[in-house]
Unconditional design. Structure first.
Length: 230
């Protein structure tokens, strides 16, 4: 199946409340950015400090050919405005910082923003960096995937960070949206109905033996729209 998600800047901006169609992979479990402002936990994640308590945690945001215009900037603005007071830096082939094990070791979060219109093409751009990102997560780093970043967390193709995979919601059975055009979609975010902007976003599948997974949101057909996994 050919997965061809495309995501606009407005989609990322409207993800602020709620942050939907994202996947967060962390060790240990951490729901940063996966919940609305009024639902954020009172304590910061392991390895970070509260604002004003010392060194600010670093969030690295990918910016480069695997991203779409404005998507990296929208993700960076979201992280910078969060309660965790992140120091945000861009990382990518044309940035001052480039993806490497040494650079990732300095970060609390690595964010993969929305991308271009073809998953296979986007993964081909990121393929060389996939082992770095996997090792970062295995070593305790947090992966925050928006839109195409959610697709890339899967395995066909992707970074293989999920205990499962991803697919196009529009192609799923009884999907409320069948078009890849800009539209809105109804979801249940922690069992509360919400209508959000949508453009060909993913849903997430889990293996039967997947454990310690927190499902944050589901589409009306029951498919997973947002989750946190260890």
């Amino acid at each position: 199946m050919n997965k061809k998600p495309y995501y606009s800047l407005s989609f990322l901006l409207l993800l602020v409340v709620p942050l939907l169609l994202l996947v967060i992979l962390i060790v240990p479990l951490f729901s940063l950015g996966s919940i609305g402002p009024s639902e954020q936990p009172s304590e910061p994640p392991s390895g970070t400090k509260k604002p004003g308590a010392g060194t600010r945690p670093l969030a690295l945001v990918y910016r480069g050919p695997a991203g779409c215009d404005g998507c990296s900037e929208a993700a960076a603005a979201l992280l910078a405005s969060s309660k965790w007071n992140f120091d945000v830096e861009y990382v990518g082939p044309n940035e001052k910082l480039q993806l490497s094990a040494e650079v990732l070791k300095t970060a609390t979060v690595y964010a993969q923003p929305g991308g271009n219109d073809d998953l296979d093409k986007t993964y081909a751009i990121m393929r060389r960096d996939a082992p770095l990102i996997r090792n970062f997560v295995k070593s305790g780093g947090r992966y925050l995937g928006f839109c195409m970043g959610g697709y890339l967390a899967g395995a066909s193709p992707g970074f293989k960070l999920l205990p499962g995979d991803t697919d196009e919601y529009t192609s799923s059975r009884n999907a409320s949206v069948k078009s890849t055009d800009d539209t809105t979609v109804k979801v249940y975010w922690r069992d509360q109905p919400r209508t959000i902007y949508f453009q060909d976003g993913p849903y997430f599948t889990l293996k039967p033996n997947a454990t310690d997974v927190t499902v944050l949101a589901r589409y009306t057909n029951g498919k997973i729209a947002a989750l946190v996994v260890p």
